[in-house]
Design a protein around this ligand. Structure first.
Ligand SMILES: [Zn+2]
Ligand SMILES: [Zn+2]
Length: 341
């Protein structure tokens, strides 16, 4: 109503102006109405989607009575996402793209929408645990992942001496500890069953770690804590029986690492994911971003939280360092699962 009234009111003025300047005749009822603004929104309101998904974008054109309401869609990086002529985006890979709707009326007006594409999380909740290549079985049991291991290290060791695997797996001590002293134990096949929470949670009252297995490394060999025996006996003398991979067997032949598993860090890198403790939190090597991790960078449990290669959303994780307590500090940060043999 108001528009009509205004037009009527100004009609004589327009006639006057028309005589001077044809281009200044916006209210000529037959003149094209140009697009002034385009607002691009997503139909669902989402500003991020997973790779492989689609998202419908809509372009609202102002004024609503613009003569040409059609737009042309384009996208900033067609290797990251595609867009069709109706504004449907198909996300290809992780990244950030800007979708643009440009008016087809020659006005040069456009509207844009920035979209973040994230990688689809693995559909397999056990995928991360399958890095434990030494496991003999990995399966889900309710809220736990069950990991079985025979605890036969896949690297050579002087502790294969006199065993059925001696011909292929025995190797004389060739480490750099002049005090090395082969202990009387020999590697025996174990039947370890680890049950780790699939969704680790911080403990309200963190428990100290037990003697024996406190976690499992990639090759199926268990991690032990920083003590040699009951009442927190230090590793002082025990370290002289660590073989060239920094492992050794205890009395029942259970081979284990209290220190950096040298064979694993040599193969996978000093900054690699090396295994998990019983609370389900991952254990990383002694380097991070090209720097040695120091105990001072870690909390009382020997860990800290940030994004890692395997956990881009961030996670609490332990680091192995070359200083006591080496793998774990004063107990499990999270609620631990169980281990049986
Ligand atoms: Zn030991
Ligand atoms: Zn870290």
């Amino acid at each position: 109503m108001i528009t009509r009234f205004s037009s009527f009111l100004f009609f004589p003025v327009l006639l006057f102006l028309g005589a001077c300047d044809k281009a200044a005749l916006p209210l000529d009822p037959d003149a094209p109405v140009a697009v002034e603004e385009i607002v691009v929104l997503s139909q669902t309101g989402a500003t991020s989607i997973l790779s492989g998904q689609t998202l419908q974008l809509t372009a609202s054109i102002l004024p609503a009575n613009a003569s040409n309401l059609s737009v042309t869609w384009s996208i900033s990086d067609p290797t990251t996402a595609l867009i069709n002529n109706t504004g449907l985006v198909t996300a290809l890979i992780a990244g950030t793209v800007t979708a643009k709707a440009t008016a087809n009326d020659g006005s040069g007006i456009s509207g844009s929408f920035t979209l973040t594409i994230e990688n689809e999380p693995s559909g397999d909740p056990l995928a991360i645990y399958k890095k434990i290549y030494g496991a003999t079985a990995i399966y889900q049991d309710g809220q736990y992942v069950v990991i079985k291991s025979e605890d036969l290290p896949d690297h050579k060791s002087p502790y294969y001496l006199g065993t059925q695997w001696e011909s292929t797996m025995y190797e004389d001590y060739n480490g750099n500890n002049s005090q090395f002293n082969l202990n009387p134990n020999r590697i025996k096949k174990q039947n370890l069953t680890f049950k780790l929470p699939l969704n680790p949670t911080p403990a309200s009252n963190p428990q100290s770690t037990p003697l024996g297995s406190i976690g499992i490394s990639l090759n199926g060999v268990p991690f032990y804590n920083q003590y040699a025996g009951p009442n927190n006996q230090p590793l002082t003398f025990e370290v002289n029986s660590f073989d060239q991979a920094y492992g050794h067997p205890q009395m029942s032949g259970q081979y284990h690492y209290h220190w950096e598993p040298l064979y694993l860090t040599a193969n996978f890198g000093e900054d690699a994911l090396l295994g998990f403790l019983l609370d389900g939190y991952p254990v990383y090597g002694p380097m991070e971003n090209g720097q040695s991790v120091t105990n001072g960078q870690l909390d009382a449990y020997h860990g800290h939280s940030h994004a890692t290669l395997e956990f881009p959303q961030g996670t609490y994780h332990y680091h192995i360092t070359d200083q006591d307590p080496y793998i774990n500090g004063s107990g499990f940060y999270g609620v631990p699962g169980t281990v049986t043999n």
